[in-house]
Design a protein around this ligand. Structure first.
Ligand SMILES: Cc1cc2nc3c(=O)[nH]c(=O)nc-3n(C[C@H](O)[C@H](O)[C@H](O)COP(=O)(O)OP(=O)(O)OC[C@H]3O[C@@H](n4cnc5c(N)ncnc54)[C@H](O)[C@@H]3O)c2cc1C
Length: 447
C-alpha cells in the first residue's frame, strides 16, 4: 500500500522540531504538521507589538542551563552575535502598598517559611507510600500554627509560599504533596535576550525542516496495520504514513481535540486526565515614560487581599519602558475571561497602589496572553496534580498501536533517573522529541 511519508510529526513546538531534527540524519521521509501559522508553539516571541523589543509570550528562561541541556549549544551559537545582554539590576520585595519590608519582618517570615518547607520536603522525601493529598491540605495545620492571621509577616510568608505556586502555574490546592519539588532539573536559569521563541525559530530555520503550517490534524486512524491515516481539517486528502509522533499539548489531549480510531487505551486516557495542566499568563504593558527606578529588574509583591495576586513583575528599563506582570493559577483563570479593558483596569489599579507617589499615565501599548483559551494549547505547562507521579509521565510518553504511535512533548519527558531530569520546560520538550525520533529510527532504520 502506498504511503506519503514514512513519519508524520504533529506539532512544530520544541518537541516536534527536535523530533524532525532527529530524523534528518536518516533516509526516512517525514513531514511536520502544524496547526498555527508559525512554529515554536508555547515558546513564542512577539517581534511586532513592542518593536524593536522582542517579548516572549510563553517561555523566556532556559532552565537547567549548562552543557547537558539539549539547547545549550544552540543558544551559545546564536547568542554570539547578540548585543543585548541579560537584564541586570535590583530585585525588590514590596508590600501591598509598595513599601519594602523591615529587616525584622523579613527575619521572622523567613524563619516561618523555612519551617513550613522543611516539613514539606521531609514529607515528600520520606512518605512515598502514603496517600497523596494537596500541598495546601498538608501545610494547613503547620501554617495555621506558625503564621499570624494578619499583618506584614503573614503577607511576606504568603509571598514566599506563592513562589512555588507561580513556578507550577497552579495553586497548592491542586498540587501533589508527594511530588513536591521533583522534576525541576538542576542548575541555573538563563534569560534568552533575543527571545526563547526566536531561538527555536532559528533552530527550525537552520535545519530547514519540512513543516506544513496551517494544518490542523483532526483524526488519526491506525486501523490499517500497514499505514496510518491522518485527517486534516482544511484538506480532504488523507496523509498516509508508517509512524506518527504526537507532540500536541496535554491541554489539547485532555480536550480530545484529535480523535483516535480506534480509541486510545484506557491507561492513556487515565494518564492524560491525571496529569495537571498549569496556567501562567503574561500581562505586558508599555509606557511612554518609566515611573519606576530604572535600575529595577523585577519586583515581587505581597498582596493583602489574596496570596499570589500580581505576585511577580519584570521591569524592562528606558527607553523600552515595559512591565511584564506574571499571573498564575486560579487568579490567571479569572483574569482570562475578562475583556482587555477590564484586565487593564486591574493592572493599572495595582500599579497605582504599588507606586502611590507617582502619576502613572495609561500605557501606550499592551498585550495580554490567554493560554487557557488558546485551542492549540489549553493551558501553559504540565504539573503534578494530586495523584499524578513520574509514572503518569511514563504513561503519557508510552507508545501505542504496537509502537506505531509515539508520544512526545513537555508533559512526556520521562524520568531518566538523573538529577538533571525535568519536565514542563522547553528543553524537556526538546529532549522528549529527540527520544521519540530515536525510537522511530531504531524501528524503521534497523529493522
Ligand atoms: C507563559 C508561559 C511561560 C513559560 N515559561 C517557561 C520558561 O521560562 N522556560 C521553559 O523552559 N518553559 C516555559 N514554559 C513552558 C514551555 O513553553 C513549554 O513547556 C514548551 O514550549 C512546550 O513545547 P511542546 O513542543 O511540548 O509543545 P508546544 O510548544 O505547545 O507545541 C505543540 C504544537 O502542536 C500544535 N498543535 C496543537 N494541536 C494540533 C493539531 N491538532 N494539529 C496540528 N498541530 C497542533 C500547536 O500549535 C503547537 O505549536 C512556559 C509556558 C508558558 C505558556
Amino acid at each position: 500500500m502506498s504511503v506519503d511519508v514514512d513519519v508524520v510529526i504533529i506539532g512544530a513546538g520544541a518537541a516536534g522540531l527536535a523530533a524532525g531534527i532527529g530524523l534528518q540524519s536518516t533516509n526516512l521521509t517525514f513531514l511536520i504538521l502544524e496547526a498555527r501559522n508559525r512554529v515554536c508553539g508555547r515558546a513564542h516571541t512577539d517581534l511586532e507589538t513592542f518593536t524593536p523589543t522582542p517579548i516572549d509570550l510563553g517561555a523566556s528562561w532556559i532552565h537547567s542551563y549548562g552543557p547537558k541541556n539539549a539547547l545549550y549549544n544552540y543558544h551559545k551559537s546564536f547568542d554570539k552575535d547578540q548585543t543585548r545582554t541579560r537584564p541586570v539590576g535590583k530585585r525588590l520585595r514590596l508590600d501591598y502598598n509598595g513599601q519594602p519590608f523591615s529587616s525584622e519582618t523579613l527575619f521572622h517570615a523567613k524563619k516561618i517559611y523555612s519551617k513550613i518547607f522543611q516539613h514539606l520536603e521531609l514529607y515528600s522525601y520520606n512518605a512515598k507510600k502514603d496517600q497523596d493529598q494537596s500541598i495546601e491540605q498538608f501545610i494547613q495545620s503547620k501554617y495555621q500554627r506558625l503564621v499570624p492571621t494578619d499583618g506584614p509577616i503573614k503577607r511576606l510568608v504568603d509571598l514566599f509560599v506563592s513562589g512555588s505556586e507561580q513556578y507550577e502555574g497552579s495553586n497548592f490546592t491542586d498540587l501533589s504533596v508527594k511530588q513536591y519539588g521533583i522534576g525541576s532539573g538542576s542548575g541555573g536559569d538563563r534569560w534568552v535576550s533575543f527571545g526563547y521563541g526566536n531561538l527555536l525559530e532559528r533552530i527550525a530555520n537552520k535545519h530547514n525542516l519540512p513543516i506544513r503550517l496551517n494544518t490542523l490534524v483532526i483524526q488519526i486512524d491506525t486501523t490499517d496495520p500497514e499505514r496510518i491515516a491522518i485527517t486534516i481539517s482544511n484538506d480532504p486528502a488523507i496523509i498516509y504514513c508508517r509512524r506518527v509522533i504526537i507532540t500536541i499539548p496535554l491541554g489539547c489531549l485532555k480536550r480530545d481535540t484529535i480523535s483516535f480510531v480506534p480509541s486510545l487505551p484506557e491507561w492513556k486516557h487515565q494518564a492524560i486526565q491525571q496529569m495537571g495542566m498549569g496556567l501562567m499568563n503574561k500581562l505586558i504593558v508599555q509606557f511612554s515614560q518609566n515611573f519606576w527606578d530604572p535600575n529595577l529588574r523585577s519586583f515581587s509583591h505581597a498582596c493583602n487581599e489574596r496570596r499570589g495576586r500580581f505576585r511577580f513583575t519584570i521591569c524592562i528599563p528606558p527607553p523600552t519602558n515595559i512591565l511584564i506582570l506574571f499571573v498564575t493559577g486560579a487568579f490567571a483563570r479569572e483574569l482570562e475571561i475578562l475583556t482587555d479593558t477590564q484586565i487593564l483596569e486591574q493592572v493599572m489599579k495595582f500599579l497605582r497602589q504599588i507606586f502611590p507617589r507617582t502619576t502613572i499615565l495609561d500605557p501606550i501599548n499592551y498585550k495580554f496572553t490567554r493560554w487557557l483559551q488558546d485551542p492549540l494549547a489549553y493551558g501553559s505547562y504540565s504539573n503534578f496534580a494530586v495523584h499524578a507521579s513520574p509514572h503518569t509521565i511514563e504513561q503519557l510518553a508510552k507508545e501505542t498501536s504496537d509502537g506505531r504511535v509515539q508520544w512526545a512533548g513537555e508533559h512526556a519527558n520521562i524520568d531518566d533517573g538523573t538529577k538533571d531530569w525535568s519536565y514542563a520546560c522547553v528543553h524537556s520538550a526538546f529532549q522528549s522529541g529527540q527520544r521519540a525520533a530515536k525510537t522511530v529510527r531504531d524501528q524503521l532504520c534497523f529493522s
